[in-house]
Design a binder for this molecule. Structure first.
Ligand code: BDR
Ligand code: CA
Length: 330
C-alpha cells in the first residue's frame, strides 16, 4: 500500500533530492506539490518543481504558493542553493502546466479529498500551510500526520545564531502551524538541525550519485550531481569542508519508512519577539511551561544507514523510471 504525500517545498537542492526519493520509493505517492518561496523566490521554486515533476513522471497537481511570508520581508538563500535554486544544474524547459489553484487551496482540497489518509510534508517555510489553515481550520484532523524539516533544539541555528532557515523565513507561519496542530491525533514530527546535520554527504556520496548519472542514467541524476556540486562548494566556503548537510531527505525518508531515527515528545514554540532570537524554536525540556508535548522531535539518527537507503532507493527507483515500459502511477 502506498502512502499519499502532499509535499510543500522551497526547491532547493536538498528538496530536489527529497522529491526524487519520494518519486523513486515504491511505498510513496506524491499526491501534490506546493511551491513555497524560501531558498529562492516562489517563481523559481515553482519552475524547479514543474521540471523535476515532469522528469520524475509525477502525475499530480503542482500549485504555486504565496509570493511572500505572512509578516516579514522575503529572504532568499541563493548563496546556498544557487541563483535558480538547483546549484549548477541547467534545467530543460517544462511543458507542465501546473495547477491553477493557490498552494493553500491545494492543501485544503487534497486533505478534504482524502481525509485521514494524506500525509503533509513541509520541507520549506510554513507560509502556505498557515494560509490553508485560514481556509480550513480542521486541517490538523483531516491529515493523517504532518512531518516537517525545520527548527533547532539545543543546537545552533544555520540562519541566525539560534534560528533555522525554514522557520526564520516565516516565523509567524511556523508559530501558527504549531499552535493549530496542538491536539492533532498524531503529533507532528519535527526534523530539526540537530538531527538533519548528522547527515553528511561526502565525496564518496557524490561519486555514488554521479554513477547514477552515467551511461544512460536518469536525467534527474545529472541535475542532482550538478546541484550537489554547488552545495559542496557552499559548505566549503562556509567553513565546513568538502561536504554537504542534506536536510530534507532524512525527514522525508523517516516520514515514509518510520526508520533511521527515533522520536521524542517535546513542547516546542517559536520565538517571535526576541530581538536576537526571532525565529528560534524553543523546546521546553523541563516542562516549565506546564504544556503537554505538541511535537515528536527526531533524535538518535542513524545517518550511515539512511544514506545507504537513500542511494539504493534512488538507484532502484530511477532505474525503474528510466524503463520505457514504465508509466506514471495513475
Ligand atoms: C532547510 O533550509 C533549506 O535551505 C533546506 O532546503 C532545508 O529545508 C535547512 O535549514
Ligand atoms: Ca527545503
Amino acid at each position: 500500500m502506498t502512502v499519499p504525500f502532499l509535499v510543500d517545498c522551497d526547491t532547493g537542492i536538498d528538496d530536489a533530492i527529497a522529491l526524487s526519493y519520494l518519486a523513486a520509493h515504491p511505498q510513496a505517492e506524491i499526491a501534490g506539490i506546493v511551491s513555497t518561496g524560501g531558498n529562492v523566490a516562489v517563481t523559481a521554486v515553482h519552475r524547479n518543481n514543474l521540471v523535476l515533476a515532469e522528469l520524475l513522471g509525477v502525475d499530480a497537481p503542482i500549485a504555486r504558493g504565496a509570493d511572500r511570508p505572512l509578516v516579514q520581508e522575503p529572504m532568499f538563500a541563493d548563496d546556498t542553493h544557487g541563483p535558480g535554486g538547483l546549484g549548477h544544474a541547467v534545467l530543460p524547459e517544462s511543458a507542465h502546466p501546473g495547477d491553477p489553484r493557490t498552494g493553500a487551496q491545494l492543501w485544503v482540497d487534497l486533505a478534504r479529498a482524502r481525509p485521514g489518509e494524506l500525509v503533509g510534508l513541509v520541507l520549506g517555510p510554513h507560509t502556505n500551510l498557515a494560509l490553508a489553515l485560514e481556509i480550513e481550520p480542521e486541517l490538523p484532523h483531516l491529515l493523517r500526520r504532518l512531518h516537517f524539516m525545520g527548527g533547532a533544539i539545543n543546537h545552533r541555528g544555520n540562519t541566525g545564531p539560534t534560528s533555522e532557515w525554514n522557520i526564520a523565513v516565516d516565523p509567524e507561519a511556523a508559530q501558527r502551524v504549531l499552535s493549530a496542530f496542538t491536539g492533532a491525533a498524531q503529533r507532528p514530527v519535527m526534523g530539526s538541525l540537530e538531527a538533519t546535520e548528522t547527515v553528511r554527504f561526502t565525496q564518496d556520496t557524490l561519486d555514488r550519485v554521479t554513477e547514477l548519472a552515467t551511461d544512460g542514467g536518469h536525467p534527474i541524476a545529472r541535475i542532482l550531481v550538478e546541484a550537489l556540486r554547488f552545495y559542496f562548494e557552499f559548505h566549503q566556503a562556509d567553513g565546513f569542508g568538502w561536504m554537504a548537510h542534506v536536510h530534507d531527505p532524512l525527514v522525508t525518508a523517516h516520514a515514509v519508512t518510520g526508520d533511521f531515527a527515533s522520536t521524542r515528545p517535546l513542547a516546542v514554540d517559536v520565538e517571535l519577539a526576541g530581538t536576537l532570537t526571532r525565529g528560534q524554536t524553543v523546546g521546553d525540556e523541563l516542562g516549565r511551561w506546564g504544556r503537554a508535548p505538541n511535537l515528536e522531535v527526531l533524535t538518535e539518527v542513524r545517518p550511515d544507514e539512511f544514506v545507504e537507503h537513500l542511494l539504493e532507493t534512488l538507484r532502484a527507483g530511477l532505474g525503474r523510471l528510466s524503463d520505457p515500459a514504465w508509466s506514471p502511477r495513475p
